[in-house]
Design a protein around this ligand. Structure first.
Ligand code: BGC
Length: 689
């Protein structure tokens, strides 16, 4: 294991560095431009007018496409050799849901309600990333997401602050382990701090407006969970809080992130975000950008070169205090030290080893298990699982599609990803035939992979008119149609639902997706995913989520002047937490003191897993509260006829609220409790707080 510098040694190094060197450490440049050798900038680097000297001083490189370990190691060694104190650069990359072996998208990982799965995804992505030369990943994304129009919902574990926090923390643990210097680990970065998911009308890069109360109660907690799990880096969001862009928001980056939340790691901007202050008209030039961001608490500038071009001059001219520069630089050096880079800047420099590890059996197995657990069975009239010997038509845009991985698949080999037809074609229990000859039709359709992720906002998050026409014509054949729904967001399928005998929401399931879907469809495994985001009935309901704040005029059937639509139900098509199984579960809950005990029985004829969910609300309190919020959950696995007991302890932590000043308001009095398999579970119990 690599030797690390002491804090005193780090300070000594810092005090020996020139102002230019220190400013350089705060810059991130693209690795692609250094591939041909760092002394002769090529491509975009040449266009950016960066000099070889500036490249040599840069603290970090970012990779946005597939890179081999040997090329990556060369860039690291080249820069290290030229840097006056031989300080190696940090190599960073978006390892969002796996590296070469893709796991299901994070929204699907949220649907597993299984922290072990989230941890495995972090661990496998870190291993494949580390042997490919990466040091730091820009993950997890823990933006609480409530609007399916926003394409980036796919990158989040979902709409619940608790789910985002627990799954995010699990990803952090899996990614970084106990020691990020280990050869199979990466440093982790929580993003986007904070409120990016609130983008108005679901449009990427649109403004947001959020109250401080909502920040404290809904949007900050997942980041706190990541900090508590040891996250190394934080990325301010493209948006602004109180009209101050996050990247230069001193209140957010200092008062909240450092002082209140106790974050001690490094803060890196999002791509070119500092320079975008000029677009906002918040700063007039790059010099002002550099000063504003540094003074607000930003350490590293990703790709806008403000610090690299301007910061040293600003310090020399006395416009920026050198102490601020030192503070930021120390955060960068400390991360490098934690990664052991001063001792060993390259974790692997062998392409052969990279190839041996990436895509190996155990990693693919973990990706398969994640995909199995993440698919959500939304409807089943008995068409699933398929019977042995039946004739099956497998049709639709995604039947022979390799691109079932979802956004952020920089290193994945999409073309060699198994399609559904590849996988089902291997199954001797069924015969693939045309729809006319079939006993059952599997329609694999939905969004394209390229419709998910950044810059993928949609005004119509539903099936296209062509896809609906296909569904209608298949339905007209009078045979059961099973919809295998590919999506990076909850799609509005209200019109499609009655035309289908069964619907399996498969998200973008990753490298092992086709095999996992086959295992579920054939009944080798039982669906157990539960929705990580509410599925709306109509776009007009958006944003719709399980923990909406209460209304002073709550909806009552048939009443007027209550919280309702004239032309649509208040209820979603499928609530948060919903998911069916091939078996059924009965639950009986009771409360004693603050402990809720749930007896769960598998009442069906096959083994299965479900997610026992605990929801609650304080009956009284001065602040307006959600009518219902997820407080805890447990996944259980039961054989047919088997039962088990699940125990939840209801604690003040689950129900504490914060006012606009961030002051805690302790829960007091009666807490209503609902237990069930979705957020539609009714309140049946109370606990005294
Ligand atoms: C995204 C980030 C990502 C970064 C680096 C940005 O456009 O918003 O989430 O980590 O690019 O690729």
């Amino acid at each position: 294991m690599s030797t690390k510098l002491t804090h005193e040694q780090l300070l000594a190094l810092l005090s020996d560095m020139s102002i230019e060197e220190k400013a350089g450490q705060l810059a991130q440049i693209p690795i692609s431009a250094c591939m041909e050798g760092v002394t002769e900038p090529t491509g975009p680097m040449a266009e950016m007018n960066l000099t070889p000297e500036q490249i040599a001083l840069s603290g970090s490189v970012i990779a946005v496409r597939k890179i081999e370990a040997e090329d990556c190691a060369k860039v690291v060694r080249d820069i290290t050799a030229l840097q006056p104190h031989h300080i190696p650069p940090l190599v960073m990359k978006d390892v969002i849901h796996g590296h070469q072996t893709m796991f299901p998208i994070p929204l699907a990982i949220g649907s597993t309600f299984d922290e072990g799965v989230a941890e495995d995804m972090g661990r496998c992505g870190a291993l494949e990333g580390a042997v490919s030369g990466t040091h730091v990943t820009f993950a997890p994304m823990v933006d609480v997401v409530r609007d399916p129009r926003w394409g980036r919902v796919m990158e989040s574990p979902g709409e619940s602050p608790l789910l985002c926090g627990r799954m995010g923390a699990a990803m952090v643990r899996g990614t970084r382990g106990d020691d990020i210097a280990a050869p199979d680990r990466l440093a982790a970065c929580a993003k986007h701090f904070v409120g990016y998911g609130i983008s108005q009308a679901g449009q990427d890069y649109a403004p947001i407006d959020v109250s401080r109360t909502e920040l404290y109660n809904t949007y900050l907690p997942p980041f706190q969970a990541c900090i508590d799990a040891g996250v190394d880096m934080m990325m301010p969001a493209f948006v602004g809080i109180d009209r101050v862009p996050c990247v230069c928001n001193e209140w957010l980056l200092k008062d909240i992130l450092r002082d209140r939340m106790g974050f001690e790691g490094m803060v890196i901007s999002d791509w070119d975000d500092p320079r975008q202050l000029i677009n906002h008209g918040v700063a007039k030039d790059l010099r002002e950008v550099s000063k504003l961001c540094l003074e607000a608490g930003l350490d590293m500038d990703m790709m806008s070169f403000a610090h690299l071009n301007c910061l040293a001059d600003l310090v020399r001219e006395g416009k920026v205090d050198e102490k601020k520069l030192d503070e930021a630089c120390l955060h960068v050096l400390a991360l490098k030290n934690s990664l052991g880079l001063f001792d060993n800047p390259v974790k692997n420099d062998s392409n052969a080893y990279q190839q041996e590890i990436c895509g190996s059996e155990s990693i693919r197995k973990a990706a398969w298990e994640a995909a199995v657990k993440s698919c959500v069975l939304l409807k089943n009239d008995g068409a699933l699982p398929l019977r042995t010997g039946c004739k099956v038509a497998l049709v639709g845009s995604h039947a022979d599609e390799h691109a079932i991985l979802g956004g952020w698949t920089l290193d994945a080999d999409t073309e060699s990803t198994k399609t559904l037809l590849d996988s089902f074609g291997e199954d001797e229990r069924i015969t693939l035939v045309s729809p006319e000859e079939a006993d059952v039709i599997l329609l694999a359709t939905g969004e394209n992979q390229s419709d998910t992720g950044e810059d993928c906002s949609k005004a119509h998050p539903s099936l296209t008119s062509e896809q609906m026409a296909e569904l209608h014509s298949l339905n007209a054949l009078g045979k059961p149609v099973v919809l295998l729904l590919f999506c990076g967001r909850p799609l509005i399928i209200t019109d499609a639902l009655p035309l289908c005998s069964a619907v399996l929401n498969v998200w973008f399931p990753g490298t092992e997706g086709a095999n996992a879907i086959r295992a579920l469809v054939m009944g080798d495994r039982n669906p157990s995913g539960h929705l990580s985001m509410t599925m709306p009935r109509a776009l007009g309901q958006v944003p719709i989520h399980h923990d909406r704040l209460s209304s002073a005029r709550p909806w009552v059937e048939g009443a007027v002047y209550v919280n309702r639509y004239k032309d649509e139900s208040n209820f979603p098509l499928f609530p948060f937490g919903f998911g069916l199984s091939y078996t059924t579960f009965a639950m009986e809950a009771s409360a004693e003191g603050n402990v809720v005990t749930v007896k769960v029985v598998n009442t069906g004829s096959v083994a299965g897993e479900t997610v026992v969910q605990l929801y609650g609300r304080m009956r009284h309190g001065r602040l307006i509260r959600p009518d219902k919020r997820l407080l805890d959950w447990q996944r259980v696995s039961l054989a047919s006829g088997e039962s088990c007991q699940v125990r939840f302890t209801v604690t003040p932590d689950m129900l504490r609220m914060y006012d606009a000043q961030g002051k805690a308001v302790e829960p007091e009095g009666v807490c209503d409790i609902a237990v069930g398999q979705s957020s539609a579970a009714a309140y049946t119990l109370t606990v005294d707080m």
